[in-house]
Design a protein around this ligand. Structure first.
Ligand SMILES: [Zn+2]
Length: 142
């Protein structure tokens, strides 16, 4: 475990890590909804859990075409580059094996606001939700 279960979850749900994203990161269970998966990926970026980020990509996600080691290194680097200060889910929907989550991720890079709003698409593969791609993204502070 990279973070104590009693600590606040890095996805900013207001819950303890152990009651929120830890069971997904520990592979004890899989995220039951696209929203839960998205939250757990945000937390994984904040924690530098590169393997989780890779495993939760859909089979045809473009990152999977990249060389593995540099990709994992770039995922691990994110927690040093950014401060992950907030996450708000604005909308979510599910239609069978497809899901969508619109969220606002608040983050800073060396004091600069690098927050963005994104509508992400998710897909269920072998019973587990995976991150498919970005449908729409909007950068900048609001
Ligand atoms: Zn969480």
């Amino acid at each position: 475990m990279i973070l104590a279960k009693s600590k606040p979850c890095p996805c900013h749900s207001g819950k303890n890590y152990g009651d929120c994203c830890a069971p997904f990161h520990a592979r004890t269970t899989t995220a039951p909804t696209p929203e839960a998966l998205m939250r757990s990926r945000y937390a994984a970026f904040a924690l530098g859990d590169a393997k989780y980020l890779l495993e939760t990509l859909a089979a045809d996600h473009e990152d999977r075409k990249l060389p593995l080691e540099p990709l994992l290194a770039s995922y691990r680097q994110q927690k040093h580059t950014f401060r992950y200060v907030g996450l708000s889910v604005l909308a979510t929907s599910v239609d069978g094996d497809k899901g969508w989550v619109t969220f606002r991720a608040r983050m800073y890079e060396k004091g600069r606001d690098r927050s963005f709003t994104e509508r992400s698409r998710f897909t269920k593969e072998n019973g587990a939700w995976k991150y498919e791609d970005v449908e729409e993204t909007q950068e900048g502070a609001k």
